[in-house]
Design a protein around this ligand. Sequence first.
Ligand SMILES: *Cc1c(COP(=O)(O)O)cnc(C)c1O
Length: 403
Amino acid sequence: MKKWRRYNPLGNEEKDAVNRVLDSGCLSKFIGAWSEDFFGGEEVQAFEKEICQFFNSPHAVVFNSLTSGLVAAVGALGIKPGDEVIVSPWTMCATATAIVIWGGIPVFVDIEKNNFGINPKLLEAKISEKTRGIIVPNIFGHAAMLEEICAIAKRHELFVVEDNAQSPGIKNKGRYLGTWGHIGGFSLNYHKHIHTGEGGFCLCKDEELALKMRLIRNHAEAAVLESPIDSLHNMVGFNFRMGEIEAAIGRAQLKKLPKLLERNQDKAKIILKELSSEPWLGSTDAIEEHAYYVLPFKIIDHRITNKELVRRCKDNGVPGLLDGYVNVHLLPMYQQKIAFDQYPWSISEKTYEYHKGICPVAEELHDSQFFGLLISMYELDESDCIWIANTIKESARAILCER
Ligand SMILES: *Cc1c(COP(=O)(O)O)cnc(C)c1O
């Protein structure tokens, strides 16, 4: 069996950054009192400036994770108990938990089968008088149908948050993902394109929204009376602050993002080319501008299921395989509607449906059709990529021969 080596994107640039912080003697400069240091230390503030420059965004707010960033984003947007927020079922659970934390109720809209993002055609039917916003994940490295989704949101005066954890540095129609919505969130977790260990950041255009996120990041209630924010609404305190070491590493990592994306794209191109004429594989939008956090595939031959194919490929030594993806609506929290006891569902007269069947496309993709490759995780050269594609091909053909 082939041995695969985990790719390490950290080098001398990150070592120098860490040493710079250690030499300064200051590992975090945040304080909760309203002052210059309310906004973080030198590295944190420099990192935020460099993120703004990279993405051409007026504001950037760094956090100790994107989970924290999403919580701050939904809080800053003013979600109240009982408000509905539309979200995709095909994402990491934190995308939806960020709503529940504020007493908001997630309403799941099924995904589009080629780009794995919220299907705009299904959106309007789910908008009610209680709907306040939409959280759109750009999943696997590719844009959801942002133009259509943002147009619908605008018509109904809803906010849009992009969960862009998996697609940093990718553009759609000339515009960076994460800058389409009112707020766009990025993760800096170990598994993502660029990382700081734990970390994340949010981009936004509106100054007041950015300030509210900064308040929620740093014990809001301790400083809100001195800040320009008048309302106490959602100004409850968290500590979502990023340390100086993480920020310094992030600054070095951000410079590497274009190269890291190119690396993924080169590998994906080879694998996609090798698999381009397989009749059992359907098309996805993976051939378009893509960050390839996951290289996604869709099986269209009913004789092959994702679970069986992935088991065989794994047995043959293919690394980084996914044989499905989360269907958030099917997680126990939604099945049993228990978060804080029965809150937030208990305060609504409406009954919310999360049973299997409400998102048939996401469910079928997970159950039988979708598989993916985490190509950025390993050291793979051209011949490795060709070997992986051929092994997938042979594994599928072996299944078909037995049918
Ligand atoms: C990784 C990820 C998150 C969470 O990011 P953390 O920084 O680990 O909190 C949220 N949403 C999506 C889609 C992710 O992939």
